[in-house]
Design a protein around this ligand. Structure first.
Ligand code: NAP
Ligand code: ZN
Length: 347
């Protein structure tokens, strides 16, 4: 066992504090990673504040992890000491159910083991990436292409794959009009990826304050959802809407923006239930869907796609002791567009 420094939530209501946690010995199929950077996802905040249900404390979160391999177990074939690697939201799954076999470990029928706040094989609770090192089964460790700046790449492991997967699944590409709702960590990745896939992209943000960035990332248009005229102007405009908003929004208004047979995919995961009026769906044969991160194979495909297209998140690097301040800024939509913790500041 190895003791490492970390930032943990002591309870649902207190700020995160510096602490130590232990990492298991490197097993035969394990890779030990010295963490270099860890992104801050809004899910980290929902989790530590107990918004998705009670958790055990203290809890270290963080599921956008990049670093270098520092040790490998005797059976490991996929990674070598020194490799640049990443870990996203999962660290294991059953590997045998129909979904795991199909490469959709995120939909494992026995429940995948999350990078944090999950019960691990040994009964302990998994602890996430706001820490100096982590030990993970080699199958859940991704190769990070050399061309992607290591200081910025971490958010691809959650924000990147969570938007790539539905864009791919619902065939965003040349000739499709896609709207992205919410221009935060996930939203700005959705814009960049949808543009690279060849779709025509519109951003729906609360205000026009992020308009310049939307257009710089390749969106064709940016509209403020605080302006009721937006919903009249854009009625019947899109084949696909990706909703990344972390709060409850009026789904009926957004469904009105879809064309016949269109799909609104919810990746945003607010604590409160969302409400969908039946008559927002019925008259135009619409689909309202959800999507969770992506499988391991697909996550590797996304990293390689981002390397090929030169796609990286826009990040703000912080030291670990700034994490509580960063949380407040995420909550007030004041992040451009992902905070990344420099794990060297945990030393
Ligand atoms: P984020 O950076 O905070 O972005 C959320 C964006 O939503 C904000 O930037 C803001 O965009 C908009 N927003 C926030 N509050 C709003 C409100 N009251 N009304 C309207 N718009 C509002 O969060 P994130 O890290 O991208 O995560 C977004 C959501 O996705 C979270 O709920 C997270 O838990 C979830 N998530 C789901 C998955 C999955 O697998 N499905 C994976 C990762 C994250 P504007 O400033 O443009 O208005
Ligand atoms: Zn996340």
């Amino acid at each position: 066992m190895r003791t490492v420094n970390a930032y943990a939530a002591p309870s649902a209501t207190e700020p995160l504090v510096k602490t130590t946690i232990t990492r298991r010995d490197v097993g035969p199929d394990d890779v030990e990673i010295d963490i270099a950077y860890a992104g801050i996802c809004h899910s980290d905040i929902h989790t530590v504040r107990g918004e998705w249900g009670p958790i055990q404390y203290p809890q270290v979160v963080g599921h956008e992890i990049v670093g270098h391999v520092s040790a490998v177990g005797e059976n490991v074939t996929k990674h070598q000491v020194g490799d640049r690697v990443g870990v996203g939201c999962m660290v294991n799954s059953c590997g045998e159910c129909e979904n795991c076999v199909a490469g959709n470990e995120q939909y494992c029928l026995k429940g995948n083991i999350g990078t944090y706040a999950s019960v691990d094989a040994d009964g302990s609770i998994t602890q996430g990436g706001y820490s100096q090192a982590v030990v993970v089964n080699e199958d859940f460790v991704l190769r990070v292409p050399e061309s992607l700046d290591i200081e910025k790449v971490a958010p691809l492991l959650c924000a990147g794959i969570t938007t790539y997967s539905p864009l791919h699944h619902w065939n965003a590409g040349p000739g499709t009009k896609v709207a992205v709702v919410g221009m935060g960590g996930l939203g700005h990745m959705a814009v960049k990826i949808a543009v690279a896939l060849g779709a025509e992209v519109t951003v729906l943000s609360q205000t026009t304050s992020k308009q310049e960035d939307s257009l710089r990332y390749g969106a064709k248009a940016h509209y403020a959802t605080k302006d009721p005229e937006t919903f009249e102007k854009l009625a019947n405009s899109f084949e696909l809407i990706i909703n990344t908003v972390s709060a409850k929004i009026p789904m009926g208004d957004y469904l009105g923006l879809l064309k016949v047979d269109g799909t609104l995919v919810n990746v945003g995961a607010p604590a409160e239930p969302l409400e969908v009026p039946a008559f927002a769906l019925i008259p135009r044969r619409l689909s309202w869907a959800g999507s969770a991160i992506g499988g391991i194979r697909e996550t590797q495909e996304m990293l390689d796609f981002c390397a090929e297209h030169g796609i990286l998140p826009e990040t703000e690097l912080i030291s670990a002791d700034q994490v509580n301040e960063a949380y407040e800024r995420v909550l007030s939509s004041d992040v451009r567009y992902r905070f990344v913790i420099d794990a060297a500041t945990l030393a």
